[in-house]
Ligand binder design. Structure first.
Ligand code: PMP
Length: 440
């Protein structure tokens, strides 16, 4: 595998990034504030980014990259969209935070409620992690039950009781997947494989009357892109309703990205609660969770379930989210993103076929995954072979050398934005064609 820059890119080709990384490592653990940014999965040093504009990133050394990460999802309009910048700068002139209600919260909440199936009320928080954590507390309060069910391969943020890996043996009993999480904190979490109707049925038959909620990414996009059968998700809707448990769709990635009404609209499945983040903040720190008023009424100050946040509903963040959603609606954003995705598929399929190793494209709307996996598109959390992840590292660096910024892990999905043009997709295809020729 040819990979000329692998491991040395930071030192030689990117001196300013290297210097920043060295300084960062002294004062920030691993030099980063979120682990995937450290390039550990692909080798080499992370690039420090100094600027984003439209579909492009510029690193600290002045090199420009065609970006297919989009800050991991929020930047559905691309970087620094003028209307979002205007909205943010107008809002910020009136102050950065009040710690009291503001009109922006109402306006963004009204847009969410008008867009998402079954959503009657939402509460804003500052991250996806917080949204999920709060939704689960609410589900437990509402049902008076303790157990929650999640699926291997789905990520729901880093709350203790969700950092759980499937255990061995009776499989559903999760064990902590991170140090610092006591076993006792995960004792109420059950972990099931995706796409396994029988496992769901069996668990409910055993413990259904103790289950508060089933949480799932309806379009799992945190372990590659694991597109689910509608029947499987419909089965979750049915069994939760039958046993009086809540169904929570974690739409932190898919919400307002795949459609105005998220995956729920596409699937025609209405969850009891949904969680949002990323797109609804247009690049500012925003999360939200919501559902029917009768459930949301359990939240303080109406009810007995505590949840709060100093910066929740922040006026500047709300302005960014409102501007983003308004442009998506005004510019037929979701139709255009689907057209871009379809074009990407047409351009990439013949290129991927030239790879000398298993490589396929998995796509839905503006989300896509370059899967180094043989056979049918996986629906469960597959473990890629050592050869596959090594090849991905080579591919990642070969693309970076050609000015294309992919997510630095074989398990991460890529994101399209409205800033991408046909010519950008052609450039991606050409770069991929060249890069693949260098990898055995
Ligand atoms: N849920 C899903 C589906 C996510 O993809 C993420 C983040 N990638 C989260 C929750 C956590 O969001 P945050 O990183 O904003 O805390």
């Amino acid at each position: 595998m040819n990979n000329p820059n692998h491991g040395v890119a930071g030192e030689s080709a990117h001196p300013r990034s290297s210097e920043l990384y060295e300084r960062a490592c002294r004062v920030i653990p691993g030099g980063v504030n979120s682990p995937v940014r450290a390039f550990r999965a692909v080798g080499g040093n992370p690039l420090f980014i100094s600027r984003g504009a439209g579909q492009f990133l510029t690193d600290a050394d002045g090199r420009e990259y065609l970006d297919f990460v989009g800050s991991w999802g929020p930047l559905i309009l691309g970087h620094a969209h003028p209307a979002v910048l205007d909205a943010v700068s107008n809002a910020i002139r009136n102050g950065t935070t009040f710690g009291a209600p503001c009109a922006g919260e109402v306006e963004l909440a009204e847009r969410l409620v008008a867009s998402y199936p079954g959503l009657e009320q939402v509460r804003f928080v500052s991250s996806g992690t917080e949204a999920v954590m709060s939704a689960i507390r609410l589900a437990r309060a509402y049902t008076g039950r303790d157990l929650i069910v999640k699926f291997s391969g789905c990520y729901h943020g880093h709350a203790d009781h969700l950092l759980v890996a499937a255990g061995s043996g009776l499989a559903t009993f999760g064990r902590p997947s991170s140090a610092g999480v006591p076993e006792a904190f995960t004792a109420c979490t059950r972990v099931l494989p995706l796409d396994d109707d029988a496992a769901v049925r069996d668990l409910f038959a055993r413990e259904g009357d103790r289950i508060a909620a089933v949480i799932i990414e309806p379009v799992p996009a945190n372990h590659g892109l694991l597109l689910q059968r509608r029947e499987f998700l419909g089965g979750l809707r049915k069994v939760t309703a039958q046993y009086g448990a809540l169904l929570i769709f974690d739409e932190v990635i898919s919400g307002f990205r795949l459609a105005r009404g998220g995956a729920a609209e596409i699937l025609r499945i209405v969850p009891d609660l949904a969680t949002f983040g990323k797109v609804i903040g247009g690049g500012m720190p925003v999360g939200a969770f919501g559902g029917q008023s009768r459930i949301m009424a359990r939240l303080a100050p109406l009810g007995d379930t505590y949840q709060a946040g100093t910066l929740s509903g922040n006026p500047v963040a709300m302005a960014s989210g409102i501007a983003t959603l308004d442009i998506l609606v005004k510019e037929s954003g979701w139709e255009r993103l689907e057209a871009l995705g379809a074009q990407l598929e047409r351009l990439l399929r013949p290129v991927l076929a030239t790879a000398r190793f298993p490589l396929q494209l998995v796509r839905t709307g503006s989300l896509f995954w370059l899967a180094l996996h043989d056979g049918a598109a996986p629906r469960t959390a597959v473990t890629l072979s050592k050869e596959a992840t090594t090849r991905f590292s080579a591919l990642f660096h070969a693309m970076l050398d050609r000015g294309v910024y992919l997510p630095p892990s074989a398990y991460e999905a890529c994101f399209l934005s409205l800033a991408h043009r046909s010519s950008d997709l052609e450039r991606l295809a050409q770069a991929l064609h060249e890069a693949l020729a260098t990898i055995d």
